[in-house]
Design a protein around this ligand. Structure first.
Ligand code: ZN
Length: 155
């Protein structure tokens, strides 16, 4: 059976790092690993565009960079592979911006990189970031739903 996740490439890390250096200075030292999710994922009735996790101890071990012996990832972000292949950088940035908003930096903690839930249906800062297209998320969800429908028809 094929593995559900695939490593992302340099392009995804470039987009992420650019956003972090522009808008999330408190996270410049956080370690992220990006993966494509090859499987359709529904959560609470909605199709999932992307997801972020705080690494557990096993994930930390498995994401240690063997070349540099750098410590493992603080966060893992999963991107829907099918959607990602079909969208432009503007939408990719919206999706990544949303996921990074889930990061909650707690300087006092031994494990300072935590996760937070939504403030509204998303995050206050997102409203401004996406002011030019407030309905981007439902549009992207609709697009992805249609893509999976199409795939079903093709089979
Ligand atoms: Zn979210």
């Amino acid at each position: 059976m094929p593995i559900r996740y695939e490593e992302c490439g340099q392009a995804e890390y470039d987009l992420l790092n650019q956003l972090i250096s522009e808008k999330f200075r408190e996270l410049v030292n956080a370690k992220f690993r990006l993966f494509f999710d090859l499987k359709k994922h529904i959560s609470q009735g909605s199709i999932v565009l992307a997801q972020i996790f705080m690494s557990d101890e096993l994930t930390r071990l498995l994401t240690v960079d063997e070349a540099t012996m750098e410590s493992g990832a603080d966060y893992c972000i999963m991107l829907d592979a099918k959607l990602w292949r079909d969208i432009d950088d503007v939408l990719k940035r919206r999706i990544l911006f949303h996921e990074i908003q889930h990061c909650n930096f707690d300087a006092e903690s031994k494990r300072p990189y935590k996760i937070r839930g939504h403030e509204i249906e998303g995050f206050f800062a997102e409203v401004e970031f996406n002011a030019d297209n407030p309905t981007w998320k439902s549009e992207a969800a609709e697009l992805l739903r249609a893509m999976y429908e199409q795939e079903k028809d093709d089979k």
